[in-house]
Write a protein that binds this ligand. Structure first.
Ligand SMILES: Cc1cc2nc3c(=O)[nH]c(=O)nc-3n(C[C@H](O)[C@H](O)[C@H](O)COP(=O)(O)OP(=O)(O)OC[C@H]3O[C@@H](n4cnc5c(N)ncnc54)[C@H](O)[C@@H]3O)c2cc1C
Length: 418
């Protein structure tokens, strides 16, 4: 048996690693279109851009991993087509790989702007190591930075630019930062926190066009309100699109990503998909969802390894994938951690004092705890993961009791007989 994995990122590498851990002894080949050793993306918008920090990529696995685990990696070569009938994958270098099981871990690509001037030199996006290297070089001499989009990556970059002493403006079309993922109370708190860092956060204001200066580089960003902002460095962070074209062209079901079932199998049972590119059913989402996080990519990769091995051994497939989603983002001095999936309509309860920048927002849905957002309180986050991962549900009434803490609630939950 041989397994091919397309994509050498978080989900692809973890799939290969977990297959070996689960006892798979056949051939594993990872096809990775990026050059070099696969690396971690989260530091690219954080430590990597911090003033004075060395710009070294953090590898996902060391060079020795591939030899030690007998995993072949084809680097700097894209997979170009899947032939489902012959069970082969064609690569851009003209070679073909046979598979019995295929894992798609192709991730996402950045959405790009189409407004006037969006191709001017000085306008960047941030996803790959090459993108981060370009920004690492540009930041020390930049003066006026404009960020388009107040999502996680845009705001992480804005905090880094501010730390370099740049005048930093963020334009966000929506009325709140990170509005798709955070509760309004947390979104509003972050709007204030970025203002305290000295970042100009312009909400309900999008980009209309960019204008060039005398050297042909970007010099001005003109917003939808007609306001002009000086800009010698621009970062566009307006979200991503799933890399699902290989799947689509192979006739697999797609729609905001590659559609998979509860065991992460596509409409062809010999092909699975994990990570940012997979659109999967999850009980907490009340339907299908596509998540963009390290947790999701690595937990799904572990799941497909178990699933493939169960079938290989003639056992029933693993239980459906239901792992608790969690996420983090570091924006200047603020470490945001989220457990569960918050909805903007959730009934919220704040624990701790937001003025101290150490607090948690508990989200209740139908009267029980559904998600927790924490700022600079890693112990609350870990406790929230235990609570939300267990079968007991915490009510709002219990959380409002005198002396309640997430830590003590998680402790008593663990101590309770199963
Ligand atoms: C700057 C930045 C900061 C982030 N910060 C955080 C964070 O703080 N916390 C967090 O949880 N998540 C963060 N993320 C998101 C996280 O990195 C992703 O969710 C995670 O990497 C997803 O893993 P993946 O394997 O699905 O995709 P990726 O890790 O993106 O890997 C996909 C790989 O597949 C390759 N590929 C695509 N098509 C082909 C093809 N046809 N042939 C061969 N290779 C192909 C791509 O080039 C890519 O290398 C961040 C992302 C970015 C960009």
């Amino acid at each position: 048996m041989s397994i091919v994995i397309i994509g050498g990122g978080q989900g692809g590498l973890q799939s290969a690693d977990s297959l070996r851990t689960e006892g798979y002894t056949g051939q594993i080949t990872i096809v990775a279109d990026e050059p070099g050793l696969p690396y971690q993306r989260p530091p690219l918008s954080k430590d990597y851009l911090t003033p004075g920090k060395e710009a070294l990529p953090l590898p996902l696995r060391g060079e020795a991993f591939f030899n030690d685990k007998n995993i072949r990696i084809v680097r700097g070569v894209a997979a170009t087509a899947i032939n489902r009938q012959n069970r082969t994958v064609s690569l851009a270098d003209g070679t073909t790989l046979d598979y019995e099981q295929l894992v798609l871990a192709t991730g996402t690509r950045n959405r790009s702007l189409t407004c006037a001037g969006s191709q001017l030199p000085g306008i960047h996006s941030l996803r790959t190591l090459a993108d981060a290297q370009a920004l690492h070089t540009a930041l020390p001499t930049a003066r006026n930075v404009v960020v388009i989009g107040a999502g996680f990556i845009g705001l992480e970059f804005a905090a880094a630019a501010r730390a370099h002493g740049c005048n930093t403006t963020v334009l966000e079309f929506a009325p709140r930062p990170m509005g798709r993922a955070l509760t309004p109370v947390m979104g509003d708190w972050f709007a204030g926190a970025h203002a305290r860092l000295g970042i100009e956060l312009k909400l309900s204001e999008g980009i209309d066009r960019f204008e060039a200066g005398e050297h042909g580089r970007v010099a001005t960003a003109v917003s939808t309100t007609g306001a002009s902002y000086p800009a010698d460095l621009v970062v566009v962070g307006i979200g991503v699109l799933p890399n699902d074209s290989l799947a689509l062209e192979a006739g697999l079901e797609t729609g905001n990503g590659i559609l998979v079932d509860a065991n992460l199998r596509t409409s062809d049972p010999a092909i699975l998909a994990v990570g940012d590119c997979a659109n999967f059913p999850h009980p907490l989402a009340g339907g299908n969802i596509r998540l963009e996080s390290v947790q999701n990519a690595t937990d799904q990769a572990r799941h497909v390894a178990r699933s493939i091995m169960a079938v290989e051994r003639g056992q029933t497939e693993a239980n459906p994938y239901t792992d608790l989603p969690w996420f983090w983002s570091t924006q200047g001095p603020y470490r945001l951690q989220m457990a569960g999936l918050a909805h903007p309509q959730d009934d919220t309860l704040v624990l701790g004092d937001p003025e101290t920048a150490r607090f948690s927002v508990l989200c209740f849905r139908d009267g029980v705890l559904a998600a927790v957002e924490s700022v600079n309180l890693p112990a609350d986050h870990l406790a929230a993961r235990k609570l939300l991962g267990g079968s007991t549900r915490l009510s709002r009434q219990e959380a409002q009791a005198e002396g309640f803490t997430l830590k003590s609630a998680a402790k008593s939950l663990l101590a309770a007989p199963a």
